[in-house]
Design a protein around this ligand. Structure first.
Ligand code: NAP
Length: 307
C-alpha cells in the first residue's frame, strides 16, 4: 500500500463517522463517503455533507442494502471503514469486499470494548455477540482487518459523567458505581479517528485489534468524580449503588439508552473490563506504543469547558 490510500467511509454522517472522514482528509488520503440519499436534503446532515464536499471528499450516493452500488463504491478504494450504527447489517459490506478482492484493510463498526473478551450482560451481551459474529465473517472471508477498541468516547461519557438520563454534568448528587476503584479509558472522538486513520495504513496493525490506551486518560470513577469536584470547588452528595442494585436498575430502566449506559458503566467501573487484561501481542497492539507522537486530548482539559 502506498503512503496515501483511497479510503471509503461508510456511516460518515454518524456521530463517530464524521470524525473519521475529517481525519482521513487531514491525513491527505483521497477520501470517499457513502451517503444515503436522504442526507443531501436533510437540514442538519445536509450541512455536514456540504462540509465534506468543501473538504474535497468524493460523495457516493448509496445505501449498504443496495449491493451492486456498494460493490461499485468498494472497487474504487483501497481501505473501507464502517461506522454504521449499532444494529446495521455489515454482511453486505463483507460480501462486496470479498467479491471485489481489492481491499487492503477493513475496519468494521466497533469503536468500543473488545467484543471477544469480558463478560457483558444484556443488552450489551447481544451487541457484543453481533460484533463478534461480524469479526468471524471478516476472518472467514480473508479480508485484512483492524479492529478498533477505543473504550469510552468523551462525548458519550464525560458530558454527563455517565449518569443515566442526565443531560448535563452533576452539580449536586452523583450515583457511584460500587466502590469506584476500577479504571476506564477515555478517548476524544477526534483522537479515535486519528488513531484509526493511522492504523489502516500501518502494517503493524494488520489483522490486529488496536487498543486505544492513552496513558493520561485512565480514570476510576472515584478519580473522575474527585477531578470534577476539584474543578467546580464542591463536594457532591454520593449515592452508592451496589452490584445488585445496578442489575435491578438495568432491568427496570424504561429506555434502551439508560439500559446501555448502566450496563456499560457496570462493565467498566464495577468489573474493570477495559483494564483488567494485558494486550496479547499476537492479536493486539497499543495505540500509545505505535503512535506516541499523537497529541491526544486529556480528560482533565476536556472537563474544563463544562465548569
Ligand atoms: N465507545 C463509545 O463510547 C461509543 C459511542 C458511540 C458509538 N460507538 C460505536 O460507534 C459506532 C458508530 O456509532 P454512531 O453512534 O456513530 O452511529 P450513528 O450516529 O447512528 O451513525 C450511523 C451511520 O451509519 C449510517 N448508516 C446506517 N444505515 C446505513 C445504511 N443502510 N447504508 C448506509 N449508511 C447507513 C448512517 O447514515 P444516515 O446519516 O443516513 O442515518 C450514519 O452515517 C457503533 O459501532 C457504536 O457502537 C461507540
Amino acid at each position: 500500500m502506498g503512503e496515501k490510500s483511497k479510503i471509503l467511509v461508510i456511516g460518515g454522517t454518524g456521530n463517530m463517522g464524521r470524525f473519521i472522514v475529517e481525519a482521513s482528509v487531514k491525513a491527505g488520503h483521497p477520501t470517499f463517503v457513502l451517503v444515503r440519499e436522504s442526507n443531501f436534503t436533510d437540514p442538519v446532515k445536509g450541512k455536514l455533507v456540504e462540509n465534506f464536499k468543501n473538504l474535497g471528499v468524493t460523495l457516493l450516493s448509496g445505501d449498504i442494502q443496495d449491493y451492486e452500488n456498494l460493490l461499485k463504491a468498494i472497487k474504487l478504494v483501497d481501505v473501507v471503514i464502517s461506522a454504521v450504527g449499532r444494529s446495521d447489517n455489515q454482511y453486505n459490506i463483507i460480501a462486496a469486499m470479498k467479491e471485489a478482492g481489492n481491499i487492503k484493510r477493513f475496519v468494521p463498526s466497533e469503536f468500543g470494548m473488545n467484543v471477544d473478551a469480558g463478560h457483558p450482560i444484556e443488552p450489551a451481551k447481544s451487541g457484543y455477540a453481533l460484533k463478534a459474529k461480524i469479526r468471524r465473517a471478516i476472518e472467514a472471508a480473508g479480508i485484512p482487518y483492524t479492529y478498533i477498541s477505543c473504550n469510552c468516547s468523551f462525548g458519550f461519557f464525560l458530558s454527563t459523567l455517565a449518569q443515566p438520563g442526565a443531560t448535563d454534568l452533576p452539580r449536586e448528587k452523583i450515583m457511584m458505581f460500587g466502590d469506584g476503584q476500577h479504571q476506564g479509558i477515555f478517548n476524544k472522538e477526534e483522537d479515535i479517528a486519528t488513531y484509526t486513520i493511522r492504523a489502516v495504513v500501518d502494517p503493524r496493525a494488520m489483522n490486529k485489534t488496536l487498543y486505544l490506551r492513552p496513558p493520561n486518560n485512565f480514570y476510576s470513577f472515584n478519580e473522575l468524580v474527585s477531578l470534577w469536584e476539584k474543578k467546580i470547588g464542591k463536594t457532591l452528595e454520593k449515592i452508592y449503588a451496589t452490584e445488585d442494585q445496578i442489575i435491578q436498575m438495568i432491568e427496570d430502566a424504561s429506555s434502551m439508552e439508560d439500559k446501555v449506559m448502566l450496563v456499560v458503566n457496570y462493565s467498566i467501573f464495577m468489573k474493570g473490563e477495559q483494564t483488567h487484561f494485558d494486550i496479547d501481542p499476537s492479536s493486539g497492539v497499543d495505540s500509545s506504543v505505535l503512535y506516541p507522537d499523537v497529541d491526544y486530548a486529556t480528560v482533565d482539559k476536556f472537563l474544563d469547558q463544562f465548569v
